[in-house]
Design a protein around this ligand. Structure first.
Ligand SMILES: C[S@@+](CC[C@H](N)C(=O)[O-])C[C@H]1O[C@@H](n2cnc3c(N)ncnc32)[C@H](O)[C@@H]1O
Length: 304
């Protein structure tokens, strides 16, 4: 067993280049696993980070399972090669539930390791990873009746990531809300929602009792006209640089406690603006499993 002097990052599907750009000095790339020298760094374009990787010699399937079990109980396989052999090893380990979770609920608390076969007699395993979900894949029991779009899944994931969600009676504003997936989900939590979009909401969402509608441009709303809100949400389609200006204005107003916003990239990824978001004190910039060519910016609590 040899401790690697590296950290391993799992890129979201289709975004290996984004992750490599962020890391700058990736030494080795195996499909979506990117090996970079040194201790873990904070990156946005990773679905999971293997914080403590070991290279382990194995004699057989039984030997591999025994060695992994001796490190810890729960393991997720990230299969790159020799898929059949890898699966036989995984099947010899304690079963890890990959059942979809319901919302709202806290992320699993049990540590989950990740491992992969390098070749027949070597594997890499990290008992310590950033995501408690297998390969960072957060699957939900979906609500197929209520929300008019599937966009609510990335909102749910952001809130599970945060470990908090709007409570009954809290005030939320949502910019870029049509057709109303997020608004529906926030209302369902018991919150009061100010829902802003140039386009109309789905009539079923528009008719909900604690939803008030502003059919205007998100950029025309002044924080002062809305007053204090507990949660500020934004899923507007716009260039990330324009979103940054918008967020800065709302932060400066000091009327909102928590923020969740989607950065939507059009064409090339704007890494420079992404870094500006990541540098906002106390915030988190992540690629969620339910994000496309997007990142989600989360500010858990405005620092006062
Ligand atoms: C991805 S959709 C939002 C989906 C929504 N969060 C949901 O859960 O159903 C993006 C929205 O941004 C809106 N949008 C684009 N520019 C806008 C602007 N200047 N002001 C308000 N909304 C805008 C579009 O009308 C569109 O409805």
């Amino acid at each position: 067993v040899k401790r690697l002097d590296q950290t391993i990052y799992l890129a979201p599907e289709g975004f290996v280049d984004e992750l490599r750009t962020e890391l700058g000095d990736a030494s080795d790339v195996r499909e979506r696993l990117v090996f970079a020298p040194g201790p873990p760094r904070t990156v946005a374009w990773a679905q999971n980070v293997w914080l403590e990787p070991y290279e382990i010699e194995i004699g057989s399937i039984t030997d591999a399972a025994r060695k992994l079990r001796s490190i810890q109980r729960n393991w997720a396989l990230c299969s790159l090669t020799l898929h059949r052999r890898a699966k036989l090893i995984q099947d010899a380990l304690p079963h890890v539930s990959a059942r979809p979770i319901s919302f709202p609920s806290q992320a699993p608390a049990a540590p989950l390791g990740s491992w992969t076969l390098l070749d027949t007699h070597r594997l890499i395993a990290s008992p310590n990873c950033t995501s408690p979900f297998p390969n960072g894949e957060v699957e939900f029991k979906e609500d197929r009746q209520g929300p008019p779009s599937r966009a609510y899944l990335k909102l749910w994931e952001a809130l599970v990531r945060l470990g908090k969600w709007p409570r009954q009676g809290e005030r939320c504003i949502e910019l870029g809300s049509s057709p109303g997936g997020w608004t529906y989900a926030l209302h369902k939590l018991g919150a009061d929602v100010i829902s802003v979009d140039k386009a109309p909401l789905d009539p079923k969402v528009a008719a909900l009792p604690r939803v008030s509608i502003l059919e205007r441009s998100a950029f025309s709303i002044e924080p002062e006209e809305v007053g204090a809100v507990d949660w500020w949400f934004c899923d507007v389609i716009c260039y990330p640089a324009r979103l940054f200006t918008l967020v800065s204005r709302w932060l400066a107003a000091g009327t909102c406690r928590r923020f969740v916003a989607t950065l939507k990239f059009q064409g090339r990824t704007d890494h420079q603006t992404a870094r500006r978001f990541a540098a906002i004190p106390g915030s988190l910039l992540v690629h969620l499993f339910h994000n496309k060519h997007e990142l989600t910016w989360i500010l858990a609590e405005v620092e006062t």
